[in-house]
Design a protein around this ligand. Structure first.
Ligand SMILES: [Zn+2]
Ligand SMILES: [Zn+2]
Length: 160
């Protein structure tokens, strides 16, 4: 039997079960994620679309045009409490992101990658041993970017 992780929103109206291991768990420091969460960043686990089953209240959806790719990003949230549970992407229709903070045990998935560190807020630390990208993991044309990996914790911004 494969591993399952459960989670849900603040008010409990939306629940989910995520099957198997996520392809990756990353933390995004882009301005969109900062505004969407009202926080420093958005940590998310990437799953194949069919690996996550939702139950309870149907989620509401907000669609946003990405400034960098002009592709749509869809934010899926609880209509009662507003918790963001998932993102889906026009650019990667076979995957969905699950909000790490919405898992019943967020620490059961570990962050391997930080992206958009160039727009990270002051005071944000990048842990050692993770792949850190100043922008996205791939350029708009799809070509992969090269991450930095640090030996010691460091501030994302030199003006931190
Ligand atoms: Zn809710
Ligand atoms: Zn982001």
């Amino acid at each position: 039997m494969s591993i399952q992780r459960t989670g849900g929103c603040v008010c409990g109206s939306v629940r989910f079960v995520a099957h198997g291991e996520p392809a990756r768990t990353l933390q995004c420091h882009c301005r969109f994620c900062q505004r969407m969460t009202g926080s420093t960043s958005y940590a998310q686990s990437t799953y194949p679309m069919e690996a996550v089953r939702f139950s309870g209240e149907p989620m509401s959806r907000y669609s946003h045009s990405s400034e960098t790719s002009s592709k749509q990003v869809h934010v899926h949230f609880c209509p009662r409490c507003g918790t963001t549970l998932s993102l889906t992407f026009e650019r990667w229709p076979e995957f969905r992101a699950i909000s790490r903070g919405a898992f019943d045990d967020p620490n059961s998935v570990s962050i391997s990658t930080h992206i958009w560190t160039s727009s990270a807020q002051t005071g944000v630390m990048l842990p050692p041993g993770t792949d850190c990208f100043q922008l996205a993991r791939a350029a708009p044309d799809g070509s992969p970017q090269t991450p930095e990996c640090f030996d010691t914790p460091r501030f994302a911004r030199s003006d931190a």
